[in-house]
Design a protein around this ligand. Sequence first.
Ligand code: BGC
Length: 388
Amino acid sequence: MKLNAAALAALAVTASATPNERRQETGCASAVTLDASTNVWTKYKLHANSFYRSEVEAAAETMTGTAAEKALKVADIGSFVWVDTRSAISRLEDAIVGVPCDDILGVVIYDLPGRDCAAKASNGELKVGELSVYKTEYIDPIVKILKANPNTAFALVIEPDSLPNLVTNIDLQTCQDSAEGYREGVAYAISELNLPNVVMYLDAGHGGWLGWNDNLEPGAEELAAVYKAAGSPSQLRGIATNVAGWNAWDLSPGEFADATDAEWNKCQNEKIYVETFGEALAAAGMPNHAIIDTSRNGVQGLREEWGNWCNVDGAGFGLRPSSETGSTIADAFVWVKPGGESDGTSDSSATRYDSYCGKPDAYQPSPEAGTWNQAYFEMLLNNAKPAF
Ligand code: BGC
């Protein structure tokens, strides 16, 4: 990316900020300019956001002794804030307060019309056809907030599961109905959110999804087409993978390497996936660096099948956020899913009940998606690898 004179000047100011300037309450002393042709995670630390901090602190209050002490350590780990409804935009506003100059605030953009078209647990507030509501009442207000905070750095994960669903679940009527809104909505989001203080990553599922040999090229083309339709936004750095997922980073042989269908998937861990899918993205003409969600992938060997995604029983917190990944294509390990928040309800009478959340390897009982599950949080903590 070529920087103009103003951007270079802003960078110089940021770089030369004195400790005093850095200590001010929110953000830096001057405008932040992120160069999305570089790995911003080497300069910025994922912010331990106030929303997750209060969830974790409340959880710790109900615990005692060393368990409570350990729980409080989780509050200091950087993680993403999910803006999963229009009303949750206020979470973003609250979370910006006090983000230091050295930190980057992670935000998940997640409110497409007809959301979660291949499952039920995370069906959202907007219906198919409500794209104009998505644009004007969801994306536009977020853009306004990010513009009003030019001195703060933001990392955005864009619409988990949406485009991957169009690659592999387009046989479902629900995904066919959602398709146009997903493509147009994501393109609108990444073109409008293309701001100097923002770096963006498009969700690309995980190795057990778009990593199947037959899905690599169509997957890369689906993402690249939307990126191009958005005018190839300069602040889009690549992809986010394993969001709310369970795959190990570099376990070898991979967890499902012995499965009968393993020969059809050469991406048996997330490292191989980001490297392999990254090549397909480059061929399709899209930036291909990756951030990988390692929030809940500490324990392997728990799922009966690779596709089981709901509240996996026995899970543990995984690798802490870090830019030291050992792979040039992988910018950072990040915590995207707030560990302790449910993936979906196990109550089979609920409207958003998805049968995956009632499988034998899914923790039960579990509350509605996004809702705190104290017992699950304690399990993640006990099984954390590395341990707390
Ligand atoms: C839910 C969201 C929630 C997110 C993070 C998703 O599965 O649908 O409501 O914000 O998980 O917990």
